[in-house]
Design a protein around this ligand. Structure first.
Ligand SMILES: Nc1ncnc2c1ncn2[C@@H]1O[C@H](COP(=O)(O)OP(=O)(O)OP(=O)(O)O)[C@@H](O)[C@H]1O
Length: 290
């Protein structure tokens, strides 16, 4: 962890509000942004090259951000599927477990219990201490190498997994947490509890993301507010938290997630991609100004 510059937790009060989706898309968008975090001078340079060159192995290795995703949703690990890496064996090296990489250039590193189960249908029926021990290993025994940002995808609520991450990262600073909610009061109400959790445990709130905010019609691309809109933004105002932005309910995003395709590469001109990019931009700004 000593070579990990920023650690960001992704939290939500409720399940199914899109925590893993937001984690996945932020990781992919960051990887493709060409922006190094924490003022590495090569980042500007990378953006001067034409996209075809920027994608080349040499430039990505030299200039691109290195991103990691740690999936501590032990009972419902979705990151391996969303990033389409299958179930490769996790290997050991001298410095620990080697993370699973999504690409040959090793710009996106992953660790999840999904890689450790013999059978993908195995249920993790563990009490707190066993969960805490595995998360301890994820934090201390994974050879992440040099990372610009490590995103930690957590289960919903505030439970053993969250406390285990914070305890194990005591020596290494956690930059803060992104809170994901849908616009409806039934979800924003639960996010208030996450805010209380962050305050009690001294975790900085980097901001709130309102996911599934409006629906993007796959035919005309018009966005209509079929559920509701603005609940997350309102909560941010009420609680004095930063509002990072809204991501619409987009069937193309959902299909990409289902098929393990990279939405940020496939639909760079979509409104959903620009919403994700804007959230990433605001997040990086707050990481750099901390
Ligand atoms: N903005 C969106 N547009 C379309 N589909 C979305 C969007 N956000 C999430 N989804 C879909 O909603 C479902 C639930 O999302 P996801 O698994 O990310 O939620 P979660 O909060 O991580 O759930 P859990 O806490 O139960 O693990 C997924 O099928 C995902 O593809």
């Amino acid at each position: 962890m000593s070579q990990v510059k920023h650690v960001v937790l992704v939290l939500s009060g409720k399940g199914g509000v899109g925590k893993s989706t937001i984690t996945t898309e932020l990781a992919l968008a960051l990887r493709h942004s060409g922006k190094k975090v924490s003022g590495h001078s090569l980042c500007g340079l990378a953006l001067c090259f034409p996209p075809c060159l920027r994608q080349s192995q040499r430039l990505t290795t030299l200039c691109g951000p290195q991103v990691g995703v740690l999936d501590v949703d032990l009972c419902g690990p979705s990151i391996p599927r969303m990033l389409s890496v299958g179930r490769p064996d996790v290997h050991q090296c001298d410095s620990g477990w080697v993370p699973v990489y999504t690409d040959a250039q090793k710009t996106l590193a992953l660790m999840s219990i999904g890689f450790l189960l013999d059978d993908p249908d195995d249920a993790v029926v563990w009490r707190g201490p066993k969960k805490t021990a595995l998360i301890g290993q994820f934090v201390s025994d994974v050879a992440w190498g040099e990372l610009d940002v490590l995103l930690v995808d957590t289960p919903p609520g505030t439970s053993d997994e969250h406390l285990a991450v914070l305890e194990n990262l005591k020596k290494h600073r956690v930059d803060g947490a992104i809170l994901v909610t849908t616009p409806q009061a039934v979800s924003t109400g639960d996010v208030r509890r996450e805010i209380t959790f962050c305050k009690r445990t001294g975790v900085r709130i980097l901001g709130i993301v309102e996911n599934m905010s409006g629906f993007v019609c796959p035919h005309c691309s018009e966005c209509s507010n079929i559920f509701s809109k603005g609940g997350g933004e309102e909560l941010a105002k009420l609680t004095g938290s930063e509002f990072l932005g809204c991501v619409p309910l987009d069937p193309l995003l959902s299909a990409s997630i289902e098929e393990g395709k990279d939405f940020t590469q496939s639909f760079p001109d979509s409104a959903t991609f620009s919403a994700i990019s804007s959230i990433l931009h605001t997040l990086l700004k707050s990481l750099e100004t901390d």
